[in-house]
Design a protein around this ligand. Structure first.
Ligand SMILES: Cc1cc2nc3c(=O)[nH]c(=O)nc-3n(C[C@H](O)[C@H](O)[C@H](O)COP(=O)(O)OP(=O)(O)OC[C@H]3O[C@@H](n4cnc5c(N)ncnc54)[C@H](O)[C@@H]3O)c2cc1C
Length: 448
């Protein structure tokens, strides 16, 4: 075994269900990726890029194989304020990008709910944000990227020069090679503040009414749903919408972290009673704030980043996240059926999120977003009961023509994946033969 990799136990992704041993290599320069590929090959190990580990399930894990950590690829290469473009290495985090571009009057074209993700990870999952209904996914703003493959090829690719490989790489779960750097288009912002509107959602029907109206009016929308509510109140929650405020300063977010959960919460902490109490309290707190206010982008886009290691909240056995999208014509009935099943189970999350995706096509062959309604929930890992609940939800999602988000998944069946992502074979054909992941082996039954 080459000295370039060392064994580490306890490598987990964000949901912390899988706790696996890996050979770990750290890429510090673009050239070291080539050397790590050679080491993995010599040792007979498959490999996979690992960014900041913010994928929830097993798509960023490769137990029994190796991981190439990309955080050392953290150089900014070019920032063109006139053109509104940024080129940076793939291990730079969105947090670091915002510190550079916000004071200059720019923001990311779209952002996920955590800024502690790398540029490479954001591209490999073709992430979406609260402005999907207008902006589409992150991959739409990638002008070009540099891709290293294990045969030694290092190519600069763009939608114009390498259409197929680009479409397989954006949203491609790291399977086509290691992204060394990327150039992205930024969005000019009038200030670092968001004019926010917060209002109550009475039930599922009311969500659908509000979502349609507010998505037409506002750049950013999202809803939090109380997944313990039943009957007439099924789907009750809080709807937030927002737009960049003008005027205001361009102060980037603070570098100070809030409190951090120092250890796993005891398994007792999450039960139907605490879940109901939390949900009632959270709703009350949100709705007791003024309906209209101006807030910093950090609170609007990244509320969970304020609590370090919040993923320990679900106890030592970890948790699954379950994120689905259902086409609009089936969405109301399917969402209602899912929420009913979850409320009956007594399981469910502190934070259940509902949002509409717009019609802008996603650029990746495996991109998750499609027009429809997306629901994201956390389920503490209670073993068989939790898996049975999610299998029931799968049946609702598949029957409605929907699909699940690979970045959040840790257990969907090969059937569910292959039925809902028919283009997976095109990605498999372009997969770098040295690269594999726990997720990919599970959903394709591929042992490589
Ligand atoms: C609190 C929270 C909120 C979130 N909200 C959203 C949201 O609103 N929308 C959304 O879409 N997602 C969301 N996510 C998911 C998160 O944005 C994605 O999983 C993101 O891709 C994680 O990036 P990462 O750097 O941590 O990558 P990792 O999780 O380490 O890896 C993700 C994938 O990218 C690949 N990869 C990483 N770096 C490279 C590289 N250089 N080259 C090739 N492949 C690479 C890996 O192999 C893996 O397949 C959220 C996650 C959290 C924890």
């Amino acid at each position: 075994m080459s000295e370039r990799f060392h064994t580490e136990r306890g490598r987990r992704s964000w949901g912390r269900v899988v706790d696996a041993e890996h050979r770990i290599g750290r890429a510090q320069t673009p050239g070291s990726v080539e050397a790590l590929f050679a080491s993995a090959k010599a040792a007979g190990l498959s490999t996979l890029a690992f960014g900041l580990g913010r994928s929830y399930g097993d798509s960023n894990l490769n137990p029994g194989g190796s991981l190439i950590e990309t955080r050392g690829l953290d150089r900014f290469m070019a920032f063109d304020a006139a053109a509104g473009t940024l080129r940076a290495e793939a291990g730079v985090s969105l947090d670091e990008i915002l510190r550079v571009v916000v004071p200059a009057g720019f923001f990311l074209p779209t952002t996920p709910g955590s800024r502690f993700v790398t540029l490479g990870g954001a591209i490999a999952n073709d992430v979406h944000g609260k402005n999907h209904h207008g902006a589409g996914t992150f991959g739409r703003y990638v002008r070009s990227l540099t891709l290293a493959r294990s045969d030694g090829a290092v190519q600069r690719i763009s939608p114009e020069t390498h259409a197929e490989l680009f479409a397989a790489t954006v949203g491609g779960l790291g399977l086509t090679g290691i992204i060394l750097d990327a150039e992205i288009a930024l969005t000019a912002i009038p200030s670092a503040l968001i004019a926010q509107r917060v209002e109550a959602i009475r039930n599922v029907d009311h969500f659908f009414e509000l979502a349609e109206v507010r998505a037409a009016e506002h750049e950013h929308t999202v809803a939090w749903i109380d997944c313990t509510a039943q009957g007439d109140r099924l789907g009750q929650g809080v709807f937030s919408s927002g737009d960049w405020a003008s005027p205001g300063g361009h102060e980037a977010h603070s570098g100070r972290m809030g409190p951090s959960l120092p250890f796993d919460a005891p398994a007792m902490a999450l039960n139907p009673v605490t879940l109901r109490s939390f949900n009632a309290l959270y709703r009350w707190r949100q709705l007791s704030k003024p309906g209209l206010s101006t807030v910093h982008y950090s609170g609007f886009f990244y509320p969970l980043d304020a609590i370090g290691h919040w993923n320990r909240l679900y106890g030592p056995r970890g948790f699954y996240q379950y994120q689905s999208v259902i086409p609009f014509d089936q969405a109301r009935d399917a969402t209602r059926a899912m929420l009913e099943r979850i409320a009956r189970s007594g399981e469910g999350s502190f934070l259940a999120v509902l949002k509409t995706f717009g019609n802008t096509p996603s650029p990746g062959l495996l991109s998750f977003p499609m027009p429809g309604v997306t629901l994201a929930l956390d389920f503490a890992n209670h073993g068989a009961a939790t898996l049975a609940l999610m299998r029931d939800l799968d049946a609702i999602v598949l029957a409605a023509g929907g699909r699940l988000y690979p970045a959040k998944d840790g257990r969907m069946s090969a059937h569910a994946f292959q039925e809902s992502y028919p283009d997976w074979r095109k990605v498999e054909a372009l997969r770098d033969p040295l690269i594999s992941s726990a997720f990919w082996r599970r959903v394709t039954h591929h042992d490589g």
